[in-house]
Write a protein that binds this ligand. Structure first.
Ligand SMILES: [Zn+2]
Length: 312
């Protein structure tokens, strides 16, 4: 099974890219594939317009899980890697260690986790849930490439355990000033915190991506400015024939979870560069200062090349 994993920071345009890629007849994606924790009384709609439990695509997935004896919940598909109830503790066990960003130490941690029989069993079940989900989605849509746009780089490591997957990595980057503006607005953070988070997140993505032999970096701005060239590059990266964008990414069947963009009815590409008007001079100075500091301290780091590309 060919699986393309889209990793990026939040607010980098991954939902837009998921819609655009889903339009290729050989590609299928639901964007983020671990589920969406909507409230008990809330009706959560799939991008196809149906409430999730009524969507034919997700009903089909639920049936396949039932047939394979795996529990399925429309809020949480069972495909996320989760070992304990506490979110923080789970992060230490399956994602980042507290304060430490170090791959060899994370590998030691992974080996220790695997040595605990109940954890190993749970991870195996979650691997099986991912295989079942992706296999069922590909069959339903008669496609050959599945895209998981869950973004989190640590999830790639878990998926790489699954022998049936031919896993490749798509790394989507957006202007850090644009990401910061969205982060500040959504999370009510100040500029310093927003850019600090982006730098740390990007370092994690780049660090973990080096463990994969097949990584394609894509810039959000290129996607908007030269959509056919950019999509063609991604299509060829997964050995497909390049297809041009038909101008309406809602035209093909889609069952995409993710941000509210899935329901706005927007079907063309609108490049979001509102940060240019909405960020104050002082916020821009804070963000640019932090980025320049990083480059000065880490001139050889891959992230420095990305930052320089944006600031120059
Ligand atoms: Zn649907």
């Amino acid at each position: 099974m060919k699986v393309l994993y889209l990793t990026s920071s939040s607010f980098s345009g991954s939902t837009l890219l998921a819609f655009l890629l889903n339009a290729h007849p050989e590609i299928t994606t639901v964007s983020e594939m671990i589920g969406w924790q909507y409230g008990q009384d809330e009706i959560f709609d799939c991008s196809c317009g149906k409430a999730l439990p009524d969507c034919p695509f997700f009903r089909n997935i639920a049936r396949a899980f039932q047939e394979n004896g795996i529990p399925f919940d429309f809020r949480q598909f069972g495909t996320g890697y989760s070992l304990v109830g506490s979110e923080t503790l789970n992060r230490y066990l399956t994602e980042c260690l507290p304060l430490i960003r170090n791959s060899p130490l994370e590998r030691v941690r992974d080996a220790l986790v695997m040595a605990v029989p109940t954890f190993a069993k749970t991870l195996k079940q979650q691997d099986f849930a991912n295989r079942t989900f992706i296999n069922t989605a590909l069959k339903y849509s008669h496609s050959s490439v599945f895209i998981d746009a869950s973004k989190d780089p640590h999830r790639m490591r878990h998926l790489s355990r699954i022998n049936e997957f031919d896993l490749r990595v798509l790394y989507l980057v957006r202007d850090p000033r644009g990401v910061s503006r969205s982060t500040m607005k959504t999370r009510k953070w100040d500029a310093a915190r927003a850019i600090e988070w982006w730098i740390r997140d990007q370092q994690n993505i780049l660090r973990i991506s080096t463990e994969f032999s097949s990584v394609l970096p894509i810039y959000y701005e290129d996607l908007c400015d030269a959509v056919d060239d950019t999509l063609g590059e991604i299509h060829r990266f997964v050995d497909l024939q390049a297809e041009t964008f038909c101008g309406d990414f809602m035209a093909s069947e889609h069952h995409i979870l993710g941000n509210s963009m899935r329901l706005t009815g927007q079907s063309n590409i609108q490049k979001n560069e509102r940060w240019r008007e909405e960020l104050s001079r002082s916020d821009i100075n804070t963000i640019t200062g932090a980025l320049n500091d990083f480059v000065a301290k880490n001139p050889q780091h891959k992230l420095s090349a990305i930052i320089t590309r944006y600031l120059n």
